[in-house]
Design a binder for this molecule. Structure first.
Ligand SMILES: Nc1ncnc2c1ncn2[C@@H]1O[C@H](COP(=O)(O)OP(=O)(O)O)[C@@H](O)[C@H]1O
Ligand SMILES: O=P(O)(O)OC[C@H]1O[C@](O)(COP(=O)(O)O)[C@@H](O)[C@@H]1O
Length: 310
């Protein structure tokens, strides 16, 4: 079974406002309200690609109810832990550029955290656990590494987070991490702007403990570093309508193919296809769109001139 963990889900309020006038009353041109959060989005896209998962995490209040109902209506399986307080609302404002205002998370008690560990103690070898998104302030950022260290042998972990949580988690030897180029740069206090930078710092993440690393670079392609080698993938050309959830779609697309074939390169290709298909749609990708974009993505070995890790 695949389990996704979203410690910090959200209701994403995506607003199109072509002509924002600050300090005045504005009326939106278009809006969408969606259940969001990184693990939630991974479960959603896995479902669209024909794979079942169980969405775990913490939800609360009217926003939490909205998330649970939306996901069940979409045909997903959820086993959320209910907390006091409202799940956050994240505003994504589109007016030519994309501005994000992420809301405050409810407080998660120690007791609730214990319940999550109890759920995860049921995992068995062959299961995959996806730990995705930020850690609410009330939980210590070491929770992801604690979860990884608690999983039985043979359970694979995929991690998509940033900052301190990412830094600690890579040391707990996850199967895969997927930072974007900004998140990778932040980890080392540098700017990652080129494929060469992504490879240099991706190798450092492997040296810290992650088995495989995907660095997504938005419209500039993506890199995967594996034991079998380093590979580059282009992104297909298209009109980006909404990039919210595109990175989560990369994770879901990768995982859906990896569990079917065990082939990292094919999984990487499908991950990029899913990311771009979601970016090119107002909501999330469909399987048909993903399969159609997949053909436009070439995955090629990266030639680093045989250079060794510094
Ligand atoms: N301009 C673009 N053109 C095509 N695909 C894109 C574009 N921007 C994002 N994507 C797709 O979304 C994926 C994730 O985007 P990225 O911005 O790197 O990650 P995140 O959403 O995690 O910040 C990319 O790997 C790609 O598949
Ligand atoms: O947990 P975080 O890091 O605050 O991110 C939450 C936000 O990220 C999303 O999961 C989208 O993530 P991506 O665009 O990186 O795929 C939104 O649904 C949500 O609002």
């Amino acid at each position: 079974m695949i389990y996704t963990i979203t410690l910090n889900p959200s209701v994403d309020y995506i607003v199109q406002l072509d002509n924002l006038k600050t300090g005045l009353v504005n009326t939106v041109d278009a809006e969408t309200k969606m259940a969001g959060g990184k693990g939630v989005n991974v479960s959603r896209v896995l479902n669209r690609l024909g794979h079942q998962s169980i969405a775990l995490g913490f939800v609360g209040g009217f926003t939490g109810q909205f998330i649970e109902k939306s996901l069940i209506d979409e045909g997903l399986t959820t086993k959320f832990i209910h907390v006091e307080g409202d799940t956050r609302i994240n505003i994504k404002l589109k007016n030519g550029e994309e501005t994000e205002i992420n809301g405050l998370s409810p407080t998660i008690s120690e007791e609730n955290v214990d319940k999550l560990f109890e759920q995860l103690s049921q995992t068995v070898p062959g299961d995959v656990v996806v730990l995705a998104g930020s850690v609410p302030k009330s939980i210590n950022h070491s929770i992801y590494s604690r979860i990884l260290n608690s999983l039985p042998q043979g359970v694979q972990a995929i991690v998509d987070t940033k900052g301190k949580a990412l830094e600690e988690t890579v040391k707990a030897k996850p199967f895969l991490v997927k930072p974007n180029h900004h998140e990778l740069g932040d980890l080392f206090g540098v700017k990652v702007t080129t494929v060469e930078d992504a490879v240099t710092y991706g190798k450092k993440v492997q040296a810290l403990g992650a088995e495989n690393v995907i660095v997504s670079m938005a419209g500039d392609g993506a890199v995967i570093l594996t034991k079998e080698g380093i590979f580059l993938g282009n992104v297909p050309v298209g009109h980006v309508k909404n990039s919210v959830g595109a990175g989560d779609s990369v994770v879901a697309g990768f995982l859906s193919t990896y569990i079917e074939t065990g082939n990292l390169k094919e999984a990487f290709q499908l991950g990029i296809a899913a990311g771009s298909a979601s970016a090119f749609s107002t909501g999330f990708c469909t399987e048909e769109e993903v399969q159609s974009l997949r053909k436009q993505i070439a995955v090629k070995p990266y030639d680093d001139g045989g250079g060794q890790e510094e």
